[in-house]
Ligand binder design. Structure first.
Ligand SMILES: Cc1ncc(COP(=O)(O)O)c(C=O)c1O
Length: 349
């Protein structure tokens, strides 16, 4: 019963097979391998963007922070949600890689940036001449850090405001595939057709071993990104093994198959929780993350049985067994109905 994160799960067998298949003979390093050429073509086709600049890195933090470093000057500020991964969970990597850009936090409901709040935040910057930060890119996380998903209209509202100030836009797609399954749209519709300039296309959480794509729809960013990636120590010499994962991930829609499985598992867990007395939800689960609460006694039974997930608030060993404590649960592609049903049975007691 592993619901701590979608990167606790196994690598999909097809990805492992692709790694084994790539492990024959020799290939040119640093992205000059033939598999990378196929990946670039495949991603350009998938995103309906024939000129897109495509790169691979091994972590989402590298993808996010190197993209933002490319889009932001050191004296800029990057607009993001207060719960954005780039703010809370990247140890200041965007600030580090950009050489000093800061983050301006833009709040709203459901862990999303609100258009009105964004406009106010943008207006609030560049008011102090040379003394203050300049306006920089806007970054949103498509499956937010609280499990909600931006609709296309919401993305467009954000990017329209950014564009009206001449600002570029970044999409943290650590759970890109899960969002596509939720929204039922195409990758192009969710990104450049909705005004997004650059994407961190996450794959590790959805069945890969460790690979994320960086996509710039305007290739003018290509060379600067390449220099920043190398200088930032994220140019993989044996790139073919990242490329092999990516190619297998996109072949036969494995990326969608895995995300459908993860989202369906989450929906099953959510339905079961909703049928349990005294369960509450901090946010409506819209992809593969749940923020929900149930009794301390239920948590104690679960943790005693070895269930893995993050307790979001409260202490497991308090006095009142009926007190509701919130938790974060995440399902990956491999979550089984059997484990979900066992988890639910333990909560019910
Ligand atoms: C929203 C979001 N962005 C990016 C990442 C990528 O992080 P990592 O550097 O651990 O691959 C994560 C992983 O937890 C995430 O949840």
């Amino acid at each position: 019963m592993f619901f701590a994160s979608d990167n606790t799960g196994p690598v999909h067998p097809k990805i492992m097979q692709a790694l084994a298949d790539a492990n024959t003979g020799y290939a040119m390093p640093y992205g000059a391998d033939p598999i990378m050429e196929q990946v670039t073509t495949r991603i350009r086709d998938l995103f309906e963007s024939p000129d897109a600049a495509v790169y691979l890195v091994s972590t989402g933090t590298a993808a996010n922070s190197l993209i933002l470093a490319t889009l932001a000057n050191p004296y800029d500020t990057i607009f993001c949600s207060p719960v954005a991964h780039i703010h809370e969970d990247e140890c200041n990597a965007p600030e580090f890689f950009s050489g000093g850009a800061k983050l301006t936090l833009v709040g709203s409901d459901n862990a999303k940036i609100g258009p009105k709040q964004l406009k106010t935040a943008i207006e609030g910057e560049e008011t102090r001449g040379v003394h203050g930060p300049q306006r920089g890119p806007v970054s949103i996380t498509i499956v937010t850090e609280r499990g909600t998903v931006y609709t296309l209209a919401e993305i467009q509202a954000i990017t329209k405001i950014a564009k009206s100030y001449g600002l570029s836009t970044h999409l943290d797609g650590a759970r890109f595939a899960n969002a596509i399954v939720t929204l039922g749209c195409t990758p192009a519709e969710m990104t450049w057709k909705s005004g997004i300039d650059a994407v961190s296309f996450g794959c590790t959480k959805n069945g890969c071993m460790g690979v994320e794509a960086v996509i710039f729809f305007d290739p003018k960013h290509a060379w600067e990104f390449e220099l920043r990636r190398k200088r930032g120590a994220h140019l993989p010499s044996k790139n073919r093994f990242l490329a092999a994962q990516m190619l297998a991930y996109l072949a036969d829609d494995l990326w969608l198959e895995n995300a459908r499985a993860a989202n369906a598992a989450t929906a099953r867990l959510t339905r079961g929780l909703k049928q349990t007395q005294n369960t509450s939800f901090m946010f409506e689960p819209e992809a593969n993350i749940i923020f929900g609460g149930w009794s301390r006694a239920g948590h104690q039974r679960l943790q005693g049985a070895g269930a893995q997930y993050y307790l979001w608030d409260g202490a497991l060993d308090g006095d009142d067994p009926t007190e509701v404590l919130n938790a974060r649960l995440v399902c990956d592609w491999s979550a089984s109905d059997e484990n979900i049903d066992r988890f639910l049975a333990l909560i019910k007691g």
